[in-house]
Design a protein around this ligand. Structure first.
Ligand code: PLP
Length: 401
């Protein structure tokens, strides 16, 4: 009698328990706001984990999708796909990359980056290098290769044997990185801001040393921009903050404004790392997916949303620092643009739940960090509302409060 069960009860019976789901069922979204099936309204400061960077149901992307749905949904990559070529050109025109490969998720984009790094070293440079160095607390995805690249033990548990050719070192520790490099090192892969790992922007001096090391040793630099890209941190891609140009970078999350799509982009020399038949994806870059990419990127670029994210991120962090000053439960407010963390002394799961019951959706990044990811069009008024709720919840946690 499924009609007598709630959505949460059906989910518990019919789905794998891969997520610790809230009982909340969100059924409608517009801009910064979401509504549940009971008509309650929520201010969304998680954006589907940095996916709905343009807010919910952005008009220009919706119109592009509806138009494409009327015309053509899918053709094989054995044919020309004009939307895909134009979406790729938008990426290359607005980044350091020259060639793009489309796929369907972040993990697949990183998988493509790892494969390209290996294949370029083995088939173009003929040096046999294959090892990828990544960093502790990093997150790169859930496929076997990308969970191996991820610097968190919890995502690897029970999945042995893991693929060979990955090494993890502490972040911001140049001597440790230098010691890990060998004649086998093909690439170093990192997030410019470790997002899932606790909202840690990479130290600029470390990044400078890392880039010099890559140049000296002929090692490829892969930037995982899956969470930091698409304007989130105040630049279209977060590597721009560091004045560097990665050889390869990856996108997903905000790339389609909620339509699932990922991409891997690389510099000219890497183009010949892939040849016809060496990599592929049935759904990679369909006419629909790349209609969403085009409309998303055009909006971000034409409306100067990275600059807006930078400005609103500064406002958000200033408001938080002001309101939380003197609260000994809070260690630090840190972040880049609209990827912001409130690092606390103790676990914050009850704050996330408390915010939800007060109509504000936020997410954690590790046990002690509250992560805020509002959309890039968030207003000062919406930020004020969120900061007030969080400050009140954190005030109750203040020692001797
Ligand atoms: C989310 C994320 C991924 C994985 O993306 P999926 O689309 O879930 O496969 C990889 N790297 C980073 C930095 C991410 O934030």
């Amino acid at each position: 009698m499924s009609e007598t069960l709630t959505a949460a009860e059906i989910a518990a019976k019919s789905l794998f328990p891969t997520y610790a789901r809230y009982s909340l069922a969100l059924v409608k979204g517009e801009g910064s706001w979401l509504w549940d099936d009971k008509g309650n309204k929520y201010l969304d400061f998680m954006s589907g984990i940095a996916v709905t960077n343009l807010g919910h149901a952005p008009k220009r992307v919706k119109e592009a999708l509806v138009k494409q749905l009327d015309e053509l949904w899918h053709v094989s990559n054995l044919f020309q796909i004009p939307n895909q070529a134009e979406a790729a050109k938008l990426i290359t025109d607005n980044s350091c990359a020259d060639a793009v490969f489309f796929c369907n998720s972040g993990a697949e984009a990183n998988e493509a980056a790892i494969k390209l790094a290996r294949r370029y070293n083995q088939m173009v440079l003929n040096n046999g290098r294959y090892e990828i160095i990544t960093f502790e607390q990093s997150f790169h995805g859930r496929t076997l290769a990308t969970l191996t690249a991820t610097g968190q033990a919890k995502v690897k548990e029970g999945f042995a044997p893991l693929p060979e050719g990955f090494r993890t070192v502490p972040l911001n520790d140049l001597p440790a990185l230098e010691a890990a490099v060998s004649g086998k090192t093909a690439a170093i892969m990192l997030e410019m801001v470790q997002a899932e790992g606790g909202v840690y922007p990479v130290d600029p001096a470390f990044m400078k040393g890392l880039v010099a090391l890559c140049e000296r040793e002929g090692i490829l630099l892969i930037a995982d921009e899956i969470q930091t890209g698409m304007g989130r941190t105040g630049k279209l891609f977060a590597y721009e903050h560091y004045g560097i140009e990665p050889d390869i970078f990856t996108m997903a999350k905000g790339l389609g404004s909620g339509f699932p799509v990922g991409a891997m982009a690389a510099k000219e020399k890497l183009r010949e790392g892939f040849t016809a038949g060496s990599h592929g994806s049935t759904f990679g870059g369909t006419p629909i997916a790349t209609a969403a990419v085009k409309a998303t990127l055009e909006t971000i670029v034409e409306d100067h949303l990275p600059e807006r994210a930078e400005r609103m991120g500064k406002y958000l962090m200033a408001q938080l620092r002001g309101k939380l000053a003197g609260n000994a439960f809070v260690n630090e407010v840190r972040g880049l643009g609209l990827l912001v963390g409130i690092a606390c002394k103790e676990p914050i799961a009850d704050i996330v739940n408390g915010a939800q019951s007060r109509g504000l959706l936020v997410i954690s990044a590790g046990p002690n960090v509250i992560r805020l990811l509002p959309n890039l069009l968030v207003t000062e008024e919406e930020i004020d509302t969120a900061v007030t709720i969080l400050a009140e919840l954190l005030e109750a946690k203040r020692p001797n409060a």
